[in-house]
Design a protein. Sequence first.
Length: 265
Amino acid sequence: MVGNITSLPSFIATPALRGAENGKSAAVEASEDRRASVTVESSLADYKSDVAASREDVAAARTALDLFVAVAREARSLLLEARDLALRAADPDTPDAARTAQDVPFRALVQELAQLVDGAIGKGAAALAGVPVPVDADPDAAQDLEIPGLDLRLKAKIGDDEGLRLTTASTLSSREEAASAARAADDSIARIDAGLRRIETGTARLSGHDKLLSALDSALSASVRPDLDADAARLIALQVRQDMSRSNSPIANAAPSAVLALFRA
């Protein structure tokens, strides 16, 4: 339980209490408060603005990750179809003519996959090109949170960072090439699954930040004294974090009443 207001640090105490502690007259204290009011209000407003900006950044990142997941799952489905065609083409009992015929839909699937990923990247889904998604998820954090991307572009040659092991040269022209294409498709599916798990972990972290920022926004928007500075706002933020760490229930709209009670006019 938080103590009474006289036990709080001086930056949170009321103007009258600060004046008494410093041995200043009420008139002098009032004059200094008026001169400092613009800076104080601006400082608190800046912190509230930082929280709002973080909420917007988290929302934008979640939208980007939702797009990544949708495209990655569609790519996985296309890879499953391509793998099945490649496995049939690699079967020793498959006649050469049948294998040649299966190469046509296989190449169509590869082309559809390339167009799917390239189209999404063209619309801004940079995570599908392996670019991490930076998120200003916490106004008090020293650096941005980064959600790793996964490069799902089809290329002529593959490197360690590519998610797709199929290449633009993959074909079912021979039994050996078909077997290689099937292995590449399987490896690609495994890499997509691993990438989706990383994205799901990142999305869960963003959900936690979103709840924190929502609770903090509610606290800062409540009936808080107008003469508080950014340090006082950060004390509220600390109380919000502590409240959330103690509770498993959603508190996105809950304000830390124990702290807010100290700052109401």
